[in-house]
Design a protein around this ligand. Structure first.
Ligand code: NDP
Ligand code: PHD
Length: 355
């Protein structure tokens, strides 16, 4: 696809932690051309390089993006965009995303606001791309022909559902107990005060445990033309904030319907593939899951960039004396768990002819 043929896209909430990741990932994308940026009135009217004062990525602001003027998040400022990615604060995301959808644009959102809407798919791109097939029913219900909304999951739910999908497909999932250790980038900027997080662990993230106990059931569930039906299994979550910059670590105990050996569980993880890989989409990782057999892995600093942030690292699969197996997983919260997940969802939508 040449520059002139690329699909024009915008980013809402472009100055935030997730928005910055969008900018970074879209700067040189083979299918999408970033042409419009939106944020609050604090940022609107400034070139991105001046508005993104809290740029916290390890690479510089891409030179082709820095001069784009930031606009208010209103559809008329995104003329020519076929789709927008949203990293908006949830206090405004719901209404703003609806307005862009009604204006005929496809919206790929990170925010929680529309995740549980009847016809809105909650998609982890390496798990349930088939849920995008509900989009025609969503458009019909809303009387729209081009506009639609796709959400991606909470960052901890995202990492969690990749191995849960493997376990459910191969052995049948009955129950999961999960304890998370979540990076500070998940709290946005400036996020958790340094005096709270240095030399400390905070055993509470508002609303997080509820999301982890709801979202995987929709993601692993089924759908028809009337909406989604949750997967029936039990899940219980403890969520903690830890002094890590990026990468959510999660310790799981799982109860299965079948009785596999440890080796069979590991083999199922290593051999799992998804549609995005089979279709060779630009952001698809070589492996959805990497199994690290070292006894002290995965670790956030060493494993978060696996597959450029799109691969989940699994380790420490072993028997559990309460449930069947214990394991530890690590995923990148602002790549697979946020901006990268939404980007791969848009690639899937394009591949499926929805854009
Ligand atoms: N961080 C993560 O790992 C994940 C985050 N999410 C979700 O993604 C969303 C963004 O998160 P994050 O980037 O961390 O948040 P930030 O607080 O870092 O960024 C929020 C963005 O929203 C914009 N904004 C705030 N108020 C308004 C307004 N009234 N009108 C227009 N724009 C506004 C801000 O613009 P300005 O700079 O001008 O104020 C900024 O661009 C949230 O809904 C979050 O829950 C989802 C999964 C993971
Ligand atoms: N609360 C998540 C990030 C987030 O914003 O989640 P959600 O998109 O579900 O609101 C974290 O801490 O690390």
């Amino acid at each position: 696809m040449t520059e002139g043929q690329k699909i024009k896209v915008g980013v809402l909430g472009a100055t935030g932690m997730v928005g910055q990741r969008f900018v970074q990932l879209l700067a040189d994308h083979p299918w999408f051309e970033l042409t419009a940026l939106g944020a609050s009135e604090r940022s609107a009217g400034k070139p991105y390089v001046k508005a993104a004062v809290n740029w916290r990525q390890t690479s510089e602001i891409p030179s082709n993006i820095g001069s784009i003027m930031v606009s208010p998040c209103e559809p008329q400022h995104f003329d020519g965009c076929r789709l927008v990615f949203s990293g908006l604060d949830s206090s405004v995301a719901g209404e703003v995303e609806t307005a862009f959808c009604k204006a005929g644009m496809a919206v790929f959102s990170n925010s929680r606001n529309h995740r549980y809407d009847q016809y809105v798919p909650l998609v982890v791109p390496t798990v349930n791309d088939d849920h995008l097939d509900i989009i025609p029913a969503q458009q019909k219900a809303n009387g729209l022909t081009t506009g639609f909304i796709v959400t991606n999951a909470n960052c901890s739910s995202t990492g969690l559902t990749v191995p849960l999908k493997v376990l459910d497909d191969a052995f049948g999932l009955e129950a999961c107990m999960v304890t998370t250790m979540q990076a500070i980038s998940g709290a946005g900027f400036p996020g958790v005060p340094s005096i709270d997080i240095i030399d400390n662990v905070v055993p509470y993230i508002s609303g997080e445990e509820e999301k982890l106990e709801i979202e995987p059931k929709k993601i692993l569930g089924s759908f028809d033309q009337n909406g989604f039906t949750d997967k029936d299994f039990k899940i219980s979550a403890h969520c903690n904030r830890v002094a890590v910059s990026d990468g959510h670590l999660e310790c799981l105990s799982v109860k299965l319907k079948g009785s596999p050996t440890t080796e069979e569980v590991i083999t199922a993880m290593e051999s799992y593939t998804c549609e995005a890989q089979r279709m060779g989409l630009p952001s698809a990782p070589k492996q959805c899951i990497v199994y690290n057999e070292k006894p002290d892995r995965p670790q956030p600093r060493l494993d978060r960039d696996a597959g450029k942030g799109y691969t989940v690292t699994v380790g420490r699969v072993r028997p559990c004396s309460l449930f069947d197996f214990k394991l530890t997983i690590l995923s990148h919260n602002t790549i697979l768990g946020a901006a990268g997940g939404a980007l791969m969802n848009a690639e899937l939508a394009k591949y499926k002819g929805l854009l």
